[in-house]
Write a protein that binds this ligand. Structure first.
Ligand SMILES: Nc1nc2c(c(=O)[nH]1)N[C@H]1C(S)=C(S)[C@@H](COP(=O)(O)O)O[C@H]1N2
Ligand SMILES: [Mo]
Length: 330
């Protein structure tokens, strides 16, 4: 039984965006971790109710969205907040839950600029007022072949883009995350260039499913999930869903994206969920839905489910890619 468990852990560890960790970085990381006081390592669940309320505020006037994926079991808050990818705050899934608590999310400004008639610099208060905040339950599928179902909160990015009036020259949208070297890892420690950058074609960004996300589970976002504002693009692999956004720039040419810069053969610009196009190091045909498995002799043996084309959002988004070879534009 121990042996089976070990094998499962080993297998999961193989499916990582990046496996290249120089020895010096590893040693440096251990030093870094040793400096964290034990009390700080406690998760949100261990905070008093009042401390928890400070960490995440309830979102008033949430409206249900017709764009929600229904009929699937929503993952637990614990799963969604303790199994994260946020390389600025660690390269292991459990690190962002503790290390990202240092992220200062207020005051916060998002600049919307570039090929627009009315550039804007918005506070979080401004962002909360652009459109009604909807609860949208989406499937979220990481390129590492695990998935979750999350009740996000936000509104279509198109609502924000309409406010700035993109010029006819705008063809792509470039996003940039905060980079604060005082609280975040260095690019050497993270193994990727920072700040984290992402991009979408303008028509993808204008698709109603592309969510500008300000919350989850009826509350504001916790830092490890990309507070105070992030993207959620449910038909694409998770890495397109950039966290803690400070800049949105409308541009004429396809912008650089973090995982493509760091490993172009493995990560393209489009990154649509596609069970027929395997990652060079593993299959994309199936996925592990976190929390799903069969209990055998006291341990939960993870089970796999088939991955759906466009993560199950094909009816809505397939027309964006008519005539494109999705093996070439991976
Ligand atoms: N700034 C930033 N955004 C990021 C990442 C990151 O490391 N930094 N990781 C991406 C990856 S690989 C995934 S799978 C999702 C994970 O989102 P979640 O932790 O909320 O599930 O965030 C994406 N956004
Ligand atoms: Mo990911």
């Amino acid at each position: 039984m121990k042996r089976a468990n070990f094998l499962l852990i080993k297998k999961a560890a193989d499916l990582r965006h990046s496996d290249i960790t120089p020895k010096s970085v590893y040693l440096d990381r251990r030093k870094f971790l040793a400096a964290i006081p034990a009390a700080f390592l406690a998760g949100k669940e261990m905070l008093s109710p009042s401390a928890r309320a400070l960490a995440a505020a309830k979102l008033p006037n949430l409206v249900k969205s017709p764009l929600s994926t229904t009929g699937e079991t929503v993952n637990t808050y614990e799963d969604v907040t303790h199994y994260n990818n946020y390389y600025e705050f660690g390269t292991r899934k459990n690190q962002p839950a503790t290390l990202a608590q240092k992220l200062k999310t207020s005051p916060w400004t998002v600049s919307i600029e570039g090929e627009v008639e009315k550039p804007l610099k918005l506070s979080m208060d401004d962002i909360m007022k652009i459109a009604p905040i909807e609860e949208r339950i989406y499937r979220h599928r990481c390129v590492e072949a695990w998935s979750i179902v999350v009740p996000w909160a936000g509104y279509s990015l198109s609502e924000l883009l309409k406010k700035v009036s993109p010029t006819p020259k705008a063809k792509f949208v470039a996003f940039e995350s905060l980079y604060d070297p005082k609280v975040m890892w260095t690019p050497e420690q993270a193994g990727i260039p920072l700040p984290y950058v992402e991009g979408l074609r303008l028509d993808e960004a204008m698709h109603p499913l592309a969510l500008l996300c300000v919350g989850m589970y009826g509350e504001t976002l916790p830092p490890q999930d990309g507070a105070p504002v992030r993207m959620v693009i449910p038909w694409k692999y998770g890495f397109k869903s950039i966290k803690s956004i400070v800049k949105i720039k409308l541009v004429t040419k396809q912008p650089p994206t973090t995982w493509n810069i760091s490993n172009a053969p493995e990560y393209g610009f489009y990154s649509n969920v596609n069970p027929h196009v395997d990652h060079p190091r593993w299959s994309q045909a199936t996925e592990q839905r976190l929390g799903e498995g069969e209990k055998k002799l006291g341990i939960v043996v993870p089970s796999r489910r088939p991955t759906l084309m466009f993560n199950g959002y094909g009816d809505q988004v397939a027309s964006l890619y008519t005539g494109m070879d999705l093996k070439k534009f991976y």
